[in-house]
Ligand binder design. Structure first.
Ligand code: ADP
Ligand code: TYD
Length: 216
C-alpha cells in the first residue's frame, strides 16, 4: 500500500484555513481520493478534552506557556497514534487544520518560548513525521483577526461554545505569530507555500487546487 500524503493548513485565527480545508477535501473526494480531515488541538477524544482546556477563557489560574506547550504536544502524540499514522499507512490523504508550525508560531513566537524548544519537542514526539505540504494562509493581520472575532461571537451566541482564549491576546502577540510564520516560510520554501494578500474564498481555493494538483 502506497503511503498517503500529509497536508496541513496554517495561518492566523480567521485566515480561512477551515473554509479552504473543507473545499479541498470535498474536491479531492470527488476526484476519488480517500481523505481524512483533522484539526489541532483536537481530532481525538483526548484531544477534544485538551482543546476545551486550552481554548476556554478560564477564570481559574492561567495555563503557563510551558504547560500549554506540553498539552499541545500531548494532543499531537495522541493524534499521530490514533489518526494520522494509521490513515497515512492506509493510503489516505490527511488534511490537518494546524500542526507544529502553529506551535512554533503561537508558543515559540506569540508566547516567546522560542523556536528551538518547539523543534526539540517535535523531534521527541513526532519523530520523522512532518507534513509533505503546508498551505500557509497569510491575509493581512487585521483582516484575519476581525473575521475570527466575528465568527467566535457568532458561535458563542449560537452554541454557547467559548473558544476565544487566543483571540483575546493583544496585537503585539499576533504580530509575533505573523512574523514567526513568515520565518518558517522563508526557512522551508519547498514544504511551505504561502498564500498571501486579500482574495475571495473562490480565488484562494483555485490557487490551492493548482498547488495541490502539482504536488500530489
Ligand atoms: P480559520 O479556520 O483560519 O480560523 P475560517 O475558515 O473559520 O478561518 O474563516 C473565518 C471567517 O472568515 C469565516 O466566517 C469565513 O467564512 C470567512 N472567510 C474565510 N475566507 C475568507 C476570504 N477569503 N474572504 C472573506 N472572508 C473569508
Ligand atoms: P483553531 O481552532 O484552528 O482556531 P482558528 O479557527 O480561530 O484559527 O485553533 C485554536 C487556537 O489554538 C488558535 O488560536 C491557535 C491555537 N494553537 C496554538 O496556540 N498552538 C498550537 O500548536 C495549535 C495547534 C493551536
Amino acid at each position: 500500500m502506497e503511503r498517503g500524503s500529509f497536508l496541513t493548513f496554517e495561518g492566523l485565527d480567521g485566515s480561512g484555513k477551515t473554509t479552504q480545508l473543507r473545499l479541498l477535501a470535498s474536491l479531492l473526494r470527488k476526484a476519488g481520493r480517500r481523505v481524512r480531515e483533522m484539526r489541532q488541538p483536537g481530532g481525538t477524544a483526548l484531544g477534544d478534552q485538551l482543546r476545551s482546556l486550552l481554548l476556554a477563557e478560564s477564570s481559574q489560574a492561567p495555563v503557563t506557556p510551558r504547560a500549554e506547550l506540553a498539552l499541545l504536544f500531548a494532543d499531537r502524540a495522541q493524534a499521530i497514534a490514533e489518526v494520522v499514522d494509521p490513515a497515512l499507512r492506509a493510503g489516505e490523504t490527511v488534511l490537518c487544520d494546524r500542526w507544529t508550525d502553529s506551535t512554533e508560531a503561537y508558543q515559540g513566537g506569540g508566547r516567546e518560548l522560542g523556536a528551538s524548544m518547539v523543534h526539540s519537542l517535535e523531534g521527541l514526539i513526532c519523530g520523522g513525521l512532518r507534513p509533505d505540504l503546508t498551505l500557509l494562509l497569510l491575509p493581512p493581520l487585521q483582516a484575519s483577526l476581525a473575521r475570527a472575532r466575528h465568527r467566535n461571537a457568532r458561535t458563542l451566541s449560537q452554541t454557547g461554545e467559548e473558544e476565544s482564549r487566543f483571540e483575546a491576546q493583544n496585537d503585539a502577540f499576533f504580530e509575533r505569530v505573523y512574523a514567526a510564520y513568515q520565518a518558517i516560510a522563508a526557512r522551508e520554501p519547498v514544504r511551505v507555500v504561502v498564500i498571501d494578500g486579500e482574495a475571495s474564498i473562490e480565488a484562494i481555493h483555485r490557487r490551492i487546487v493548482e498547488v495541490v494538483l502539482h504536488r500530489l
